[in-house]
Design a protein around this ligand. Sequence first.
Ligand SMILES: C[S@@+](CC[C@H](N)C(=O)[O-])C[C@H]1O[C@@H](n2cnc3c(N)ncnc32)[C@H](O)[C@@H]1O
Length: 238
Amino acid sequence: MKKENELQKELQSFQKLWKGGTSLSARGWDVTRKANLSRLDVDEIVRICIEPYINPETNVLEIGCNGGGWTWKFLEANEVYGFDALSAEHTGFWNYIEKKDNIHYCQVKDFNCEELEDDSIDYVFSYDVFCHISYSGTSAYLKNLFKKLKKGANCFIMIADADKYTDERGRRKLMKRAGFSNFDDFVRDYDGKPTSGRWYFYGIERFCDLLEKYGYTLVSGDVAVDADKNNPIIHFRK
Ligand SMILES: C[S@@+](CC[C@H](N)C(=O)[O-])C[C@H]1O[C@@H](n2cnc3c(N)ncnc32)[C@H](O)[C@@H]1O
């Protein structure tokens, strides 16, 4: 497992990426939705993972909110905390999301979740983020998040899993970006050194080992099977 200073290096590895927001934030929902429809149905993810859980009483934590591409689906909630490794100036968050007292953007410097009150969060969502977080980082988040959640809180986290991610072109691209020439070696390096924007394929089983270790209850290892053809979204509860 990585030490605290190694995890901080991981957070710093994103500093040059996604300036002005990811395509979902910058180009907008409809454009991204249409461009990705063959492998990713964002509306279906909203229907399964978001809509049933968000109401004016929900306190939401979104991990890796970037420019707020998903955040605006949470705007009717009571409180919304958006965590990101990058600053709001860098991601352009407040250019896309109207400033309100109940929306909090937190640039995180570690995995401690100190920005949150204990026993305060009802719902956690994270998409296209934990695939960029090493196994040690994921372990630290799940450990530290536990006491911040209310009992029964619903969590939806997309991760990378090599068995589900079968698209050869995508595999090659991700492998090269991480500096590997063999996909199996890349997958085995699920807790390796960060390179800018790389993925970590620790997979569903290892993620579920952490859920068990820290006392969460697994609801589904892949809750939106067809909505995302490449990646699982794991649903679990405190
Ligand atoms: C590919 S972007 C996805 C952003 C957004 N969820 C979306 O789908 O448009 C990944 C985001 O996760 C953030 N990130 C990476 N590691 C993080 C961590 N440990 N804690 C919080 N944010 C993190 C990055 O800074 C980046 O903004």
